[in-house]
Each structure stands twice: as structure tokens, then as C-alpha cells.
Design a protein around this ligand. Structure first.
Ligand SMILES: C[S@@+](CC[C@H](N)C(=O)[O-])C[C@H]1O[C@@H](n2cnc3c(N)ncnc32)[C@H](O)[C@@H]1O
Length: 286
């Protein structure tokens, strides 16, 4: 399959080492609580055992890394690897605050970095593997991080069409500004939506026993308890799609914010704003 360099296509640049990392950090609790059910499902599926060593790819603020460290216990180890120095610093602070000793965070590009503890027993990632400019060599590097027979467990978003929380937001924004045509495999949240493509990426990297599970349910947009106004601000300030809106004039931005607030008001209940979502939970053996 084609391994062309798709950097910066589609949704725009994903500058995780700088601006995107800072934006995720500024909304860390909202992001982590919004995707918590998917993290919990992936951790259940992975079923870590005491003593295992695990690398968490694109670990962000380290919520999943801390959960893994608590499960593998003092005889095991969890290493979080992330491009963003700001997120690595925050993740390290949070782990210290939680009193965990068997955890470490490292700044680096998972496409080429090799944490010193490699090869690991296990590799985990919740939404951290969709941003590689050159995914084929990047997945080959992930394969090298694992010992022979080691297991990978990753969560990636299913296509936009199966994710109303994104599709409906894009429809509101697209009514006000021209959105770039979708580039299904371009680096970004939906780069790994096609199952055949993910299977090919993994098998080309040397993985076997590729298995797809599905998480599908309702996401709390902006985190549990958010109201339509704060969920709209969260989308525009924190999510990738907000990058496309920022260059617009104040009037257009205000109209989009109002459109999103109206959308979310139609999806509100006592627990906050809820919209349908779907992710693949993918496992494979090195
Ligand atoms: C959508 S966030 C998910 C964060 C975290 N896994 C979570 O679920 O809370 C994506 C994360 O992947 C990181 N990331 C993106 N590309 C990366 C790369 N090539 N190497 C390491 N980390 C990367 C980003 O910095 C960001 O923290």
C-alpha cells in the first residue's frame, strides 16, 4: 500500500509538540473524562497482569499510564511516551502526586524513539497512533518496541461517518466556512478509521493475530456535566476542528459558536451533552 507522506493534509497541522499539546493540556480534565469509557474498555481488553512492562504511546496527561502502573504493580513498569514536553511534564507531576514509583514519562516521537526499557511486554495507546506523517515506518518502530510475542492494544476512531459527535459538529461548521475535502488517511483523529488499512499497517510492520473489537456508545462532549455553551467553547478551543475556525472573522466565529450551542442543546440530558461515537479497539502480536 501507498506510504506517501501525508503530513499536514486534511484537518491541518497537528503540532502536538507545541500548540496542540498545550491546547490538550489546557482542557486535560475535559478530554480525559470525555474519553474515559473508551480507555476503560481498552484497559479491560488488554487485561494487564502484575509484573508486565508496558509502553503507553502518545500518553498525553498520563491517565491511562497511571492506571496501567497501578495494575502491573511494583514488579512491573509503565512508560509513557509523548511528543509534547508540556504533557510529559504534567503527566510526571500527576504520577508523583499519585505516589506511583513504577512509572516514567519520556518526551519523544514514537515514530523513531526507543525507550531504554525496550523491548516491552505490552504496548498500549488510546488515540495516540493516528498522527504519524509516515505511518508504515512508524508502526514498524512500534513493533520494535515489543519483545517477540508481545501484545499491542490500541484505540483509534472509526470513520467520521460513524462518529456523530464529530460529523454533526463538522456539519455546523461547514455551514459557515469552506472545510477542506476529507482526506481519510491524513494524519489526524480519523486517520486509522479504515479497518483494512489498519490491518495492512500492522501486518506490514510484522504484527500477527490482528483482532478488531468495537467500542460504541455515547460520549459526553466536553466531559460529564458540561452544558451546551461550555461544550461549544471546548470544541472551538480544544479540538482539532477549532483550528479551521480560528482564522475566520469574529462574526463567523460567533455564528459557529451559536450553531454548536444549539446543536448541543438538542443533545443535553441531566448528565451533560451526549452524542454517539465509535472506536476500534485493535489488538495484535509482535
Ligand atoms: C488525542 S491525544 C491522546 C492522549 C492520551 N493517550 C489520552 O488518551 O488521554 C494524542 C496524544 O498523542 C501524542 N502524539 C501524537 N503524535 C505522537 C508521536 N508521533 N509520538 C508520540 N506522541 C504523539 C500527542 O502529543 C497527544 O498527547
Amino acid at each position: 500500500m501507498d506510504d506517501s507522506d501525508r503530513e499536514n493534509e486534511g484537518f491541518g497541522a497537528h503540532d502536538w509538540a507545541d500548540a496542540a499539546g498545550k491546547r490538550w493540556l489546557a482542557q486535560l480534565d475535559r478530554f480525559e473524562s470525555m474519553i474515559e469509557p473508551i480507555g476503560a474498555a481498552l484497559l479491560d481488553r488488554a487485561g494487564y497482569a502484575p509484573g508486565e512492562t508496558v509502553v503507553d504511546i502518545g500518553c498525553g496527561g498520563g491517565w491511562t499510564t497511571r492506571r496501567i502502573a497501578a495494575t502491573v504493580g511494583e514488579s512491573g513498569l509503565a512508560v509513557g511516551l509523548d511528543l509534547s514536553p508540556d504533557l510529559v511534564a504534567a503527566a510526571s507531576d500527576r504520577a508523583r502526586g499519585a505516589g506511583l514509583a513504577n512509572i516514567r514519562f519520556e518526551q519523544g516521537d514514537a515514530a523513531m524513539a526507543m525507550p531504554r526499557e525496550a523491548p516491552f511486554d505490552r504496548l498500549f495507546s488510546r488515540f495516540g497512533t493516528m498522527f504519524f506523517a509516515r505511518p508504515y515506518p512508524a508502526f514498524a518502530n512500534l513493533h520494535r518496541m515489543l519483545r517477540g510475542g508481545g501484545r499491542l492494544d490500541i484505540a483509534v476512531w472509526a470513520p467520521v461517518a460513524a462518529n456523530p459527535w464529530q460529523q454533526r459538529v463538522m456539519a455546523v461548521i461547514g455551514a459557515h466556512i469552506d472545510l477542506p475535502p476529507p482526506q481519510p488517511r491524513a494524519p489526524g483523529p480519523f486517520a486509522l478509521g479504515e479497518r483494512d488499512y489498519v490491518q495492512d499497517l500492522l501486518e506490514s510492520a510484522g504484527f500477527t493475530d490482528v483482532d478488531f473489537g468495537t467500542w460504541s456508545g455515547e460520549l459526553r462532549v466536553g466531559g460529564p456535566g458540561s452544558d451546551p455553551e461550555s461544550a461549544a467553547r471546548f470544541v472551538l478551543d480544544g479540538m482539532h476542528i477549532g483550528d479551521l475556525v480560528r482564522p475566520s472573522g469574529a462574526e463567523v466565529r460567533a455564528a459557529i459558536q451559536q450553531g454548536l450551542t444549539d446543536l448541543f442543546a438538542r443533545h443535553r440530558d441531566a448528565g451533560g451533552v451526549h452524542m454517539g461515537a465509535k472506536a476500534w479497539l485493535v489488538s495484535a502480536r509482535a
